[in-house]
Design a binder for this molecule. Structure first.
Ligand SMILES: [Ca+2]
Ligand SMILES: [Ca+2]
Length: 132
C-alpha cells in the first residue's frame, strides 16, 4: 500500500507548495503612499505609509483616535499645499507638503526628522491638518 500512497503524497505536497506560491504571489501589495486617493491628503500612524491610512481629508480634519500618533504623511491633492499642525485648532508648529501637481516634496515617510523644508522632530505631534 505504501508504494501506492507515496507518489500520491508527493503529488499532494507539490500541489500544496504550488498553492502556497500562488497565495504569496497574489497577496495584496503592502499598502503605500499610493493608497492616498487623488484629491486627498493622508496620514498614517506607522512610518513609511505602512497599512491603510489612519486619516485622510479633502478639506481639513481634526484628529481624534490618531491625535498625536501620526508618523507619515502624503499630499495627493491637486491644488493646494497641505499643512499639518501640532495643535487641534490649526495652530502651533506646522509642517507642510506640496503635491504632485504643484511639485515640491509631497510625501514624507518619517516625521521624526520633520520634512525637508521643516526638519524638526514632528513624530506623534499632528492633531489637525488642512489644505490652504
Ligand atoms: Ca522626514
Ligand atoms: Ca501635538
Amino acid at each position: 500500500m505504501s508504494t501506492i500512497k507515496r507518489p500520491l503524497l508527493r503529488t499532494t505536497v507539490a500541489a500544496c507548495i504550488a498553492a502556497a506560491g500562488v497565495v504569496l504571489s497574489t497577496a495584496p501589495a503592502q499598502a503605500a503612499y499610493t493608497d492616498c486617493a487623488s484629491g486627498y491628503a493622508c496620514m498614517w500612524q506607522s512610518t513609511s505609509y505602512s497599512g491603510s491610512p489612519n486619516s485622510s481629508f479633502s478639506m481639513e480634519v481634526k484628529l481624534s483616535t490618531s491625535r498625536n500618533k501620526i508618523n507619515s504623511i502624503v499630499n495627493n491633492g491637486t491644488k493646494k499645499m497641505a499643512y499639518f499642525y501640532d495643535n487641534l485648532d490649526y495652530s502651533g508648529a506646522v509642517v507642510f507638503l506640496g503635491n504632485p501637481v504643484i511639485g515640491g516634496q509631497w510625501r514624507d515617510p518619517n516625521l521624526s526628522n520633520g520634512t525637508d523644508a521643516t526638519p524638526i522632530a514632528f513624530a506623534n505631534r499632528i492633531e489637525s491638518a488642512r489644505f490652504q
